[in-house]
Design a protein around this ligand. Structure first.
Ligand code: FAD
Length: 461
């Protein structure tokens, strides 16, 4: 029996009147972690952060009951999807309840171009279901095979498909969602239109998402391809031209400086030593036009898998986005990463400058995306980690030279994002989580601009 925050968690579990829970320490510990270990800084600052009890709601009614008990007992609650977040987003900094949503995975309805489903539905299961009707997910993280939809909307931002549809936060990429609040009398609220941004990418700090309505796109047979170039900038220029080729339908365009491809063990034979590579997903009807572009830009096609073949091997998207970092970490634990923005119009010039400045200390990896109608890049560069001081120097240099960094070595919303407190999300938290029990410690604005007292382990006004 664990007594933390002066509570008997067995009693708390019993008060849930039959909602499944676990106090098994190894299981609670395991469900208290995400992929924070990609960062040596978070490995230091988040070690030893665990929840006290794991609760597995089966329905929104269960979620309402857990929310009510947490408010009555004043215990923190951290929502968890599949725990694939990167910055300790799903890690409970103040202990308390870990609310694992994966049992809530029902599809409510499916219409041409749209789906309504519960938040705990895995993205791969969602995509498999809608493919049967000729549709597919517009956007997904490279963790599609493990992550949940609720976790993607609350903790993710972009990924495969962003070259065609922009970012999750762009109007139209989320149609609606439903949340449960942690007020004295919890309620379920449906958020539509601009209100969706109150909880989109808010790390579950201001509402437990129980259902979502998402747009779909027509399903294409996608061909996975890998193109080698003598140097990185040739690959980047090719990627820019391909991104701007509106007649060629693509779902993923990313480029990698050597030695990054050396970490891609399963496809290593298709990555010529010393060369830069581009990983692309192109719709089969666009393949022929694509091939002409490869030739015109001096590339060499070294790998091709049709949609069907790709289903029987590791999909190339599992080498992109933050899977790149995962493959590198498997080979060298001293590596970490950055998340940066190379803005439209200057993306290639700034990438060339950073390569010239940092060379193999910061191997370049660019993800090409649409940003408000223009082509820009997210950098998910690798970093050979020497010290936190040096890492901060590299981050500062990027920021001082026109490349904002969404710092992945912090678990607060603001520092991992645009650095400013989001008044919309903070204001909404005040309304729906007045005791500050949802994912405490992740919204810097919450504790900064108000006096927060800590009473018996709970953070509230
Ligand atoms: P979790 O990690 O469980 O949770 C993420 C955040 O959302 C947490 O703050 C949690 O509290 C909150 N949350 C979860 N469910 C709910 C809910 N129902 N209601 C309210 N809050 C909730 N991310 C991208 O955007 N694009 C990528 O391409 C990408 N690639 C990745 C590659 C690797 C190898 C790894 C390790 C991570 C990657 N990520 C990426 C990050 C992460 O995988 C995704 O954001 C994923 O969608 C998170 O889903 P999840 O179910 O694992 O969420």
């Amino acid at each position: 029996m664990t007594i933390i925050h002066g509570l008997d968690w067995q009693d708390f579990g019993r008060s849930l009147e039959g909602i499944p829970f676990s106090l098994d320490p190894p299981r609670v510990k395991e469900k208290s972690r995400d992929f924070y270990w990609f960062s040596p800084v978070l490995r230091r600052t988040l070690c030893g952060k665990y929840g006290d009890i794991l609760v597995m709601p089966r329905s929104e009614a269960d979620v309402m009951k857990v929310a009510k008990r947490c408010v009555e007992w004043k215990v923190p609650l951290t929502v968890r999807g599949a725990g694939t977040g990167n910055y300790g987003q799903a890690m409970p900094l103040e202990g308390g309840v870990i609310l694992e949503m994966t049992a809530m995975n029902a599809i409510r309805w499916l219409r041409p171009g749209m789906i309504r489903c519960e938040a705990g539905l895995k993205l791969i299961d969602l995509d498999t279901e809608v493919q049967k009707m000729g549709w597919e997910l517009r956007l997904h993280p490279s963790t599609k095979r493990t992550a949940t939809l609720g976790g993607f909307v609350a903790g993710g931002s972009s990924g495969i498909g962003a070259i065609q549809y922009g970012l999750l936060r762009d109007p139209g990429n989320i149609n609606g969602l439903r949340i449960v609040t942690l007020e004295d009398k919890p309620q379920a609220l449906e958020l539509r239109g601009p209100d969706i941004q109150k909880v989109n990418h808010a790390y579950g700090t201001n509402g437990i998402i129980t259902e979502l309505t998402m747009p779909l796109s027509p399903a294409y047979p996608w061909t996975d391809m890998l193109v080698a170039f003598d140097d990185f900038m040739a690959a980047a220029r090719f990627a820019q031209v391909l991104s701007q080729a509106d007649g060629i339908i693509k779902k993923e365009i990313s480029v990698y400086a050597w030695p990054i491809p050396a970490y891609f063990k399963p496809i290593r034979a298709s990555c010529p030593a010393g060369k830069a590579i581009a990983i692309v997903m192109v719709a089969e009807p666009s393949e022929e036009a694509f091939q002409f572009l490869v030739t015109a830009c001096g590339g060499q096609l070294t790998y091709r898998r049709s949609g069907e073949e790709a289903k029987r091997t590791v999909p190339l998207y599992e080498f992109t986005w933050n899977h790149t970092t995962l493959h590198a970490l498997k080979a060298d634990r001293s590596i970490t990463y950055l998340q940066s923005l190379f803005p439209p119009g200057r993306n290639l010039e700034l990438a060339e400058h950073m390569i010239a400045t940092f060379g193999e200390e910061v191997p370049m990896h660019l993800e090409f995306v649409r940003l408000e109608g223009q082509i820009g890049c997210f950098g998910i560069q690798l970093v050979k980690f020497h010290s936190e001081e040096r890492l901060n120097e590299i981050i500062r240099y990027h920021e001082d030279h026109g490349v904002p960094v969404f710092n992945p070595h912090t678990s607060t919303l603001e520092d991992g994002g645009m650095k400013v407190v989001d008044p919309l999300q903070l204001g909404f938290k005040r309304e729906v989580d007045p005791y500050g029990l949802l994912n405490p410690g992740k919204m810097r604005g919450w504790w900064e601009d108000k006096t927060v007292q800590v009473h018996d382990g709970a953070l509230y006004r």
